[in-house]
Design a protein around this ligand. Structure first.
Ligand SMILES: [Zn+2]
Length: 440
């Protein structure tokens, strides 16, 4: 399932999110792959192939990718703080608001014009860093298949979506700040519930198709087996889509997306190409676990709590910051749209503080989805091999230190997932299955 943190931050941080488009999150593992391996080309093993699978050591290239990724994370975080701080302390945010007032005239259009100018400004000044991270670096590590034109087009689309998101969402907190200065944070968090649901619902229908082509699976025999598996998992009328991510990347991924009527499982064409049928059936079983165990709803609840926390933090801290530095900011009220970068800074700081708790929750859901997939397929060998391929194709490192895990890992490290895939077989020991009552 897509990392919900992005959706949450989208509500508060539309412009910086637009700049981050292209770092789209992944489910099975964060996407990023490597050179083709011998294993990738091997055909489906015989059914007798059941032995434990060794965790491959991290390659030198994967270690370099991991270490440079850590450095970039620090750079990105500093950038996300320094950029809005610069807008505040130079008074530039207030000057943009003045321009927006002259152009927009009315309250709502002032807000929209401010959001548009800010989003474009963020996009332009973040372009070199985004281009390096999303294009140059991915090609340097042999992970990307994207043309520069596609990268730029996707980035521009992300910016336009950022402006539209700002126009659709940001009037809510700013209107409520005027109407209810004491309780605006609570009312806004309540309003975020239908907004989050609508975002989840629209994502696969409107947003995702802007970037890639989605369609039914090309391999109809495989699709039939997946639908039979969905039937066993207790999912009625399930939908499986294939997306042409090979136009962008060599990395592998699959995910559950959507909400209500738009809910679906999506397989990247890269994973269909690289994995054999047994491995794919495990991967899809993992996604069905998210589906059956209502993980999307759990993540929406977590997102709502995060929004509440972010807004309360803004409510408690923005006042004294404006009292202290308002003359340099050139605004004196939080309900002035020029305060937007201040919201952004506070959300980034609080976001860093709550990331470990959020990721621990995400790792728990992912682990249970792995368990569900294993209980559904009872194919330990294929599951472990699927993770070995993810490790090699996505340039992952198998085990992570505590600090890295706390702030980065939305999934258990892949070595731990291989170990669990080898070891977890209660059906062979006559023990009950945790999710056995859900299977048909
Ligand atoms: Zn998952």
């Amino acid at each position: 399932m897509r990392t919900i943190l992005l959706v949450v931050l989208a509500l508060a941080l539309a412009p910086s999110l637009a700049a981050a488009q292209g770092t789209a999150t992944a489910d099975t593992v964060r996407a990023l792959p490597a050179p083709p391996t011998a294993a990738a080309a091997s055909p489906a093993p015989a059914a007798a192939d059941t032995g434990a699978v060794a965790v491959p050591a991290a390659t030198e290239k994967a270690l370099r990718y991991h270490r440079s990724g850590n450095l970039l994370w620090v750079v990105d975080t500093l950038w996300a703080l320094l950029l809005p701080l610069a807008l505040l302390f130079t008074g530039l945010s207030a000057r943009i608001r003045d321009v927006a007032r002259r152009v927009g005239r009315k309250w709502y259009f002032t807000l929209v014009v401010y959001g548009a100018i800010l989003t474009v400004l963020f996009w332009v000044v973040s372009l070199p860093l985004a281009y390096y991270e999303g294009f140059v670096r991915q090609h340097a590590y042999g992970l990307s298949t994207q043309s520069a034109g596609k990268w730029l087009g996707d980035s521009l689309k992300g910016m336009v979506i950022g402006i539209a998101g700002f126009a659709l969402v940001m009037w809510v907190p700013y209107l409520l700040l005027r109407k209810s200065p004491r309780r605006w944070w609570l009312w806004t968090a309540l309003a975020a519930v239908p907004l989050l649901a609508a975002t989840f619902w629209l994502q696969p229908l409107v947003i995702d198709p802007l970037f890639n082509k989605f369609g039914p699976m090309h391999d109809r025999a495989l699709e039939a087996r997946i639908l039979a598996e969905a039937d066993r998992a207790g999912i009625e009328g399930s939908r499986v889509f294939e997306v042409n991510k090979s136009a962008d990347t060599k990395t592998l991924n699959a995910y559950v997306t959507g909400f209500g009527g738009s809910k679906r499982i999506v397989l990247w064409d890269t994973i269909i190409r690289e994995m054999n049928e047994r491995e794919l059936l495990f991967v899809v079983g993992h996604e069905m676990g998210h589906y059956v165990l209502h993980h999307v709803q759990w993540l929406m609840l977590a997102a709502t709590l995060l929004v509440l926390l972010f807004l309360y933090a803004v409510h408690r801290s923005a006042g004294w910051m404006i009292a202290r530095w308002g003359r340099r900011f050139r605004f004196d009220r939080l309900d002035d749209i020029a305060s937007y970068p201040l919201l952004s800074v506070i959300v980034t700081v609080v976001g860093l503080a709550v990331t470990p708790a959020f990721l621990a929750f995400s790792r728990h859901l992912e682990h249970e989805a792995d368990r569900f997939g294993l209980e559904l397929t009872r194919d330990n060998h294929a599951a472990a091999n699927a993770f070995v391929k993810l490790q090699s194709e996505n340039l992952a490192t198998p085990y992570h230190g505590t600090l890295y895990k706390l702030w980065h890992d939305g999934h258990p490290p892949i070595g731990e997932r291989i170990d669990f895939s080898n070891a977890y077989r209660p059906w062979a020991e006559g023990k009950p299955l945790r999710y056995g009552d859900r299977f048909r």
